[in-house]
Design a protein around this ligand. Sequence first.
Ligand SMILES: [Cu+2]
Length: 147
Amino acid sequence: MISLKHLRLCLFLALPLVVVPTSTAQDYKTPSVAGTELYFIAPQDGEQLTSPVRVQFGLRGMGVAPAGTEKPGTGHHHLLIDVPLPPLDENIVADENHIHFGGGQTETLIDLPAGTHTLQLLLGDQNHLPHNPPVYSKQITIVVMGK
Ligand SMILES: [Cu+2]
């Protein structure tokens, strides 16, 4: 006769091994559309200008939708000022160097102190997460001459 204790042990050993795959960025990221281009309509790379600077975002291949809108093939713009690309498998932080345009805006006016600055665009999905593969522009450099 098998004791209860023994039975419990047998049941425990008989439990199937549940393999939980570690999730990768690809599992939860919104797919981008192949061939999408993100670029600056203005300013131009190397341009010298005065502040405030009008920045216009160009996007070809995907559409713009406000943050929170779940619609395939869309995203919203993020303007990166004087910083490199953030980690592309994390939500884009929001601070003075990472500006979100969650309303679906495609241009802005920014105040910048005199000097050399870098600008880069990064598209984010409804949850402010870069797409898979990520969609970002080339980083441009501008020189602000003053007000
Ligand atoms: Cu965002």
